[in-house]
Design a protein around this ligand. Structure first.
Ligand SMILES: NC(=O)c1ccc[n+]([C@@H]2O[C@H](COP(=O)([O-])OP(=O)(O)OC[C@H]3O[C@@H](n4cnc5c(N)ncnc54)[C@H](O)[C@@H]3O)[C@@H](O)[C@H]2O)c1
Length: 429
């Protein structure tokens, strides 16, 4: 397979061109002939115009690449090495929603040929590739794994907004349905990954490795959040505690915060789902999830208490929220926990103004029915810096005071500043 791909006798297809699929497809298109497929026609049109709909890549990233963008599944027949990078969200009950990955598996099954490879990159629970997706590939194609085609799993580890750690510089885990598949898949990825390849012993090991990376991070942050709640009650500055504890060589450095986005706060539910299926009700993982999911309400309640403590009625208070994206320096607003905090504040009848340097006002309006303000006024009762965008670092005490009324309150969720002033109430997690 590798040999035919590298001499461009065969093509690679990437299915699902979002945050993961598009950079991956463009990276492969430096060395291989690639078909980039997405069901969303308007996104495909943008990509044809050298525009990344996810706003992560500049137009130069599309230059000199051997890639054909399409929303026609028939075009996938021309490819032999298919990589699936579609979303794997959870539904409202926090149960894995496999609709996109199953429908992508069916679509590939319909065009699968003898000798083809199918690699899954989407984050899933251990067993999903072989137990949920493979049967669809076999059913739709009438072909048999091993005899007719091969599969693999290679999780994506990119970090949105991170310009340093890009696909090529992150060590890649690969796995295959047999030794030959593993070798071929590893060779193909080796062409674009300079950081190296880790060959996992089985597909389930590779699936589990990815899902626990994010579960571990979620749990570590949940511990920091719980500590922040405890220390806040005691009047102890959590950040100062973490700085002190962090001087020990084996203290792990994590910070409290709102855990949103479509990875850290979602992936643990994939593991939880599988765990329950095999008869074990996870305790630790779910308790971490509960703490993290409770943080938006906790912060909102803390602010309301502080407003009331200053004799300000929530009903008459005006609060500015700076930042609505799910994390710093990205424009992605999906599953942002800042939105949960805003909704909570609104339930207390607070007049909430929202601004964000990176988020698209249209997307915020469309997704959450919320309006981003054009002009920041000068009569806020409190300001909440909810997301640590680099651009917000330039604001100083004078600035925050200038946009607030008497008895100003500054909530610095990410601990970006450190103000010690008598006439400004400064609070951080
Ligand atoms: N975003 C990240 O930073 C990140 C990091 C590591 C892993 N992941 C995982 O990678 C996977 C993809 O995530 P993403 O952030 O790129 O998602 P995304 O929402 O940015 O993009 C998904 C793309 O897939 C398309 N799509 C949906 N269903 C499809 C189908 N059936 N066929 C073809 N295209 C389809 C959508 O139109 C969209 O363009 C998920 O499993 C995610 O958990 C994401």
């Amino acid at each position: 397979m590798y040999q035919e791909l590298i001499v461009r006798e065969k093509k690679i297809s990437v299915i699902g061109l979002g945050y993961v699929g598009l950079p991956l497809a463009l990276e492969f298109a430096k060395k291989f002939s690639v078909i980039g497929f997405d069901i969303n026609e308007s996104r495909v049109q943008m990509m044809k115009q050298k525009e990344d709909p996810s706003k992560e890549l500049p137009s130069e990233a599309f230059e000199n690449k051997d890639i054909h963008f399409t929303s026609n599944p028939e075009d996938l027949r021309d490819a032999h090495f298919h990589i699936i990078a579609v979303p794997t969200p959870v539904n409202e009950s926090k149960v894995p929603d496999l609709t996109p990955i199953l429908s992508a598996s069916s679509a590939i099954g319909k065009i699968l040929k003898k000798g083809d490879y199918v690699i899954f990159e989407s984050t899933v629970y251990p067993g999903c590739t072989e137990e949920d997706c493979l049967p669809l590939l076999e059913k739709e194609s009438g072909l048999t794994l091993g005899k007719d085609f091969k599969i693999g799993y290679s999780p994506e580890r990119i970090n949105p907004g991170d310009k340093k750690r890009t696909i090529a510089t992150i060590l890649k885990i690969v796995s295959g349905s047999d030794d030959d598949a593993l070798e071929q898949i590893a060779k193909v990825y080796s062409e674009i990954i300079v950081a190296g390849i880790h060959k996992a012993s089985t597909i389930k090991v590779a699936e589990a490795a990815k899902v626990i990376e994010n579960t571990q991070r979620d749990l570590n942050i949940s511990l920091m959040n719980e500590l922040a709640i405890i220390f806040d009650r005691m009047g102890i500055d959590t950040k100062a505690v973490l700085e002190a504890a962090g001087t020990k060589w084996n203290f792990l450095k994590f910070s409290p915060g709102l855990v949103g986005g479509h990875c850290i706060g979602v992936d643990p539910y994939y593991l939880v789902h599988k765990s329950k299926q095999v008869g074990y009700d996870p305790q630790v993982i779910l308790s971490g999830r509960r703490v993290n999911d409770g943080m938006p309400a906790y912060v909102a309640k803390r602010l309301v208490k502080m407003l009331i403590g200053k004799g300000k009625s929530p009903y008459e208070s005006k609060v500015l929220i700076m930042g609505v994206t799910f994390k710093e320096n990205v424009s992605d607003i999906r599953n942002s926990k800042v939105i949960d905090m805003i909704r909570e504040l609104m339930q207390y009848s607070i007049n909430v103004h929202i601004t964000d340097i990176h988020a698209s006002p249209n997307e915020v309006a469309h997704e959450y029915k919320l309006t981003l303000i054009d002009n920041i006024s000068d009569d806020y009762d409190a300001v909440v810096v909810a997301v640590g965008h680099d651009e917000y670092l330039k604001y100083d005490l004078k600035y925050f005071k200038s946009i607030m009324k008497d008895q100003p309150i500054l909530f610095d969720i990410k601990g970006m500043y450190h103000f010690e002033e008598n006439d400004l109430e400064y609070w951080r997690l």
